[in-house]
Ligand binder design. Structure first.
Ligand code: KG4
Ligand code: ZN
Length: 342
């Protein structure tokens, strides 16, 4: 029996990465990401510049994705795009582009929630990844969000806990900025942490009820810690960067793992999947790996390219929605605040 081939073109433009992917059913044929370098000099994402860069990047990125997949526009079955959450000016570029192209090609349009996509990225057919069985716990850790989600089915998700202030990626990036590291600092903290001692310094962990998180206090305590030490030794950061990064990362990972553990105990679910940019962190990947033995969990860790923002994850949701006839009409608008399951 031959199954029908569904070709989805997916577009992601929610923050500072312009990305396009082409999928054939659950397989990613191409996944092109243009990361905007312009924000580095400002130490964070500048929304207006992000929107302008998306406008410049979107056409070449889509062309490249089609060319790499060796697919002609006319073969496409549908266009999927990130509707939200994200920066309004950024979302508008992808949304308008997707709507226009779907109209021109006379094919269906599929809207995708970015946070659901970080979770459903696990269903991309890839020999290095296994799809988790339902129900599973998804922890989405990114630059804009930190959530623990009970995933009952593809489009039946319950948010069990989330951050009350900063996202975990922000905690990494802001700590890095305090140490003088460029944006985005998360990957650099990770790099230094691998060479440092995680017990060299200790930072307080916040006391937050239930399965919610808080990261803003950590940033403040790191600020005071650095001020105190650089007063006596102006080279304190340079001399101890590996140990500071390892200790900061250790504190963040402890916070994440404690809540994940609590969620697993409360729900009785032992299938645990992570997603989002911070899921690229080597420390959290190791912790999850270890939890297979220490906690008896089955853990699911996406490939690096499906952790940070990418259109491949938008495409898999597009395909799953296509199979359920979940299409959207041309009247759809981007949604900067867009809760999972809403
Ligand atoms: O999912 P993502 O690409 O964009 C959002 O949807 O926010 O996540 C970006 C975040 C940034 O805060 C970045 O510093 C963080 O993910 N990140 C990391 C690592 N790689 C990316 N944080 C820690 N360690 C990493 N290796
Ligand atoms: Zn993201």
């Amino acid at each position: 029996m031959t199954t029908k081939k569904i070709y989805i073109l997916a577009i992601e433009s929610s923050c500072d990465d312009t990305s396009a992917a082409v999928l054939c059913n659950t397989k990613v044929l191409s996944n092109v990401v243009a990361t905007q370098e312009i924000h580095k000099q400002y130490g964070g994402v500048v929304p207006e510049l992000a929107s302008r860069a998306h406008q410049q990047n979107i056409v070449p990125v889509v062309h490249q994705a089609l060319a790499k997949a060796n697919i002609d526009k006319k073969q496409l079955s549908a266009i999927a795009f990130t509707r939200g959450p994200g920066l309004m000016g950024s979302l508008l570029v992808g949304t308008s582009f997707a709507k226009s192209l779907a109209l021109a090609l006379n094919i269906p349009l599929i809207e995708v929630n970015h946070m659901e996509a970080h979770i459903l990225a696990h269903f991309i057919d890839d020999e290095e990844m296994t799809a988790p069985p339902f129900p599973f716990l998804g922890m989405t850790i990114s630059g804009g969000h930190t959530q623990i989600v009970k995933v009952n089915h593809y489009f039946d998700m319950e948010v069990l806990g989330e951050t009350l202030d900063d996202a975990v990626g922000e905690a990494f990036d802001k700590s890095a900025k305090l140490m003088g590291l460029p944006y985005p600092g998360g990957p650099l903290v990770d790099k230094h942490a691998r060479k440092g001692n995680p017990s060299a310094f200790s930072f307080p962990k916040p006391k937050v009820d239930g399965l919610n998180f808080s990261f803003s206090g950590l940033k403040t305590s790191i600020l005071y810690f650095l001020q105190k030490h650089t007063k006596n030794n102006p080279n304190f950061v340079q001399e101890n960067i590996d140990d500071i990064c390892a200790s900061v990362q250790h504190t963040i990972l402890e916070i994440l793992m404690e809540k994940l553990d609590k969620a697993a105990k409360e729900t009785g679910i032992k299938h645990v999947a992570i997603g989002g940019g911070v899921a690229a962190n080597s420390g959290i990947r190791q912790r999850l790996q270890d939890a297979r033995e220490t906690k008896g969990w089955t853990t699911y860790i996406p490939k690096f390219q499906y952790c940070t923002d990418n259109a491949g994850m938008i495409g898999i949701v597009g395909y799953l929605k296509f199979m359920e006839n979940q299409f959207t009409d041309q009247g759809i608008a981007a949604k900067a605040r867009y809760a999972i399951g809403s």
